[in-house]
Ligand binder design. Structure first.
Ligand SMILES: Cc1ncc(COP(=O)(O)O)c(C=O)c1O
Length: 387
């Protein structure tokens, strides 16, 4: 399933946007946006096809199809040990929208939200889109134990939200239960909402263990909004589907109101909900094979990156991205990105503020959700130009 010949490059070159195959000349290998090169599980396409055969594409319920809500809640109850209620769970058209929605529901203009630095740009973007202010808390790549007491010093009377990204894109950190208890206790002490983005929670490499912050205790859970998605684990990015799980009715009502689902201005596509339900209920085998494949790609890429002069990479604990320090090349991450694109025909994401915050300076990010042949070719090209 995860062989080189499983990958259809011709289709990817037509369909894979967001800085990937369709957006570069055909001789470039894009290790850019984290979107797998492999086709999704066959059961997913089959379920969409069965649904479409009936030719009814009616409006769905604004709060989501019952099957979706139940499967999502079930998944979290069984796999994450969180007592999620289907009634407080609803589909959104992406994890990205879930982040934005939580900011819209819980932040007023001028209020503050803490984000990690570096972290995916979506957090800062969403906070600023609602007129609030993002306050970065540095978690340098390779940090093994975060001291959240330092984060507490950033809290003011304007702080309303802490954005937890676990596992953390782009550094691949997976937060331990102790770290999450510390973060949760601070949130309780200062009466803050925790936005917990867990879109990467299936992509965790042994022996690291994922803990959902809402699993810790009721007090922490009660102030948490859990967000997840299907782009990373199941390769469904183009279906634009994610889920928001509130843990009390008040939060659920605030979120559903802010979503505009009730007015039909927004809403999650019914076919995408069918696909996501199938992913949650029938594709465990696919996900575990995918994770096995990613584990060997991680070893391959990280080992090779560490043989390149000037490059240094700590193996990610989770996420299928390698975040490499390139400061010893005496070039900036933008210069390395441009050099690799021009000379090696390999596209990477530079550690610029606009993608990950100031803390990404001196790093480049590469996705390894591809075949060993493509990855080996990319590594070979990079090694041949960085001497
Ligand atoms: C941490 C994080 N959250 C959210 C997303 C966006 O996911 P979606 O495609 O569901 O919007 C990404 C995508 O890279 C991500 O890394």
């Amino acid at each position: 399933m995860f062989e080189n010949n499983s990958i259809n490059l011709e289709l990817l070159k037509k369909r894979a946007y967001n800085l990937r195959w369709a957006t570069f000349p055909s001789d470039v290998i894009p290790l850019t946006a984290a979107d797998p090169d492999f086709p999704s599980a066959p059961e997913i396409a089959e379920s969409i096809s069965v649904f479409t055969k009936d030719r009814y594409f009616c409006y769905g319920p604004p709060e989501g199809l019952p099957d979706f809500k139940e499967s999502m809640a079930n998944y979290y109850q069984k796999k994450r040990n969180v007592p999620v209620s289907p009634a407080f769970t609803f589909p959104v058209d992406s994890a990205a929208f879930g982040i934005f929605l939580t900011c819209k529901a819980f932040l007023l203009p001028g209020e503050e939200a803490i984000i990690f630095d570096p972290v995916d740009f979506l957090f800062r973007y969403s906070i600023e889109s609602v007129g609030a202010v993002a306050i970065p808390f540095a978690i340098p790549p390779g940090t093994s134990k975060v001291n959240f007491e330092q984060m507490e010093t950033l809290i003011t009377n304007k702080t309303k939200l802490i954005c937890l990204c676990n596992p953390l894109n782009p550094t691949g950190k997976v937060f331990t239960k102790d770290e999450l208890i510390q973060l949760g206790t601070i949130a309780c002490k200062h009466n803050l909402i925790i936005l917990s983005d867990e879109i990467w929670s299936d992509i965790v490499f042994y022996p690291n263990v994922f803990t959902s912050i809402a699993a810790i205790d009721q007090e922490i859970r009660n102030r948490t909004i859990t967000i997840t998605g299907f782009s990373k684990s199941y390769g469904l990015a183009g279906l634009r589907i994610g889920a928001v799980m509130a843990h009390n009715q008040n939060h659920f009502l605030k979120l559903i109101d802010a979503s505009l689902h009730n007015s039909t201005i927004h809403g999650a596509n019914v076919l995408s909900q069918v696909a996501a339900t199938t992913a949650l209920t029938k594709c465990d085998y696919w996900l575990s094979d995918f994770l096995k494949h990613l584990t060997s790609m991680r070893t391959l890429l990280v080992n090779e990156l560490n043989t390149i002069p000037g490059f240094s990479c700590v193996a990610p604990e989770g996420c299928y991205v390698a975040f490499t320090n390139i400061t010893a090349t005496n070039k900036s991450s933008q210069e390395i990105q441009e050099f690799l694109l021009k000379e090696a025909k390999v596209a990477v994401v530079p550690g610029l503020k606009k993608w990950f915050g100031d803390g990404a300076d001196g790093y480049i990010r590469m996705s390894f959700a591809t075949s060993d042949q493509i990855l080996n070719e990319a590594i070979h090209r990079i090694k041949s130009v960085i001497k």
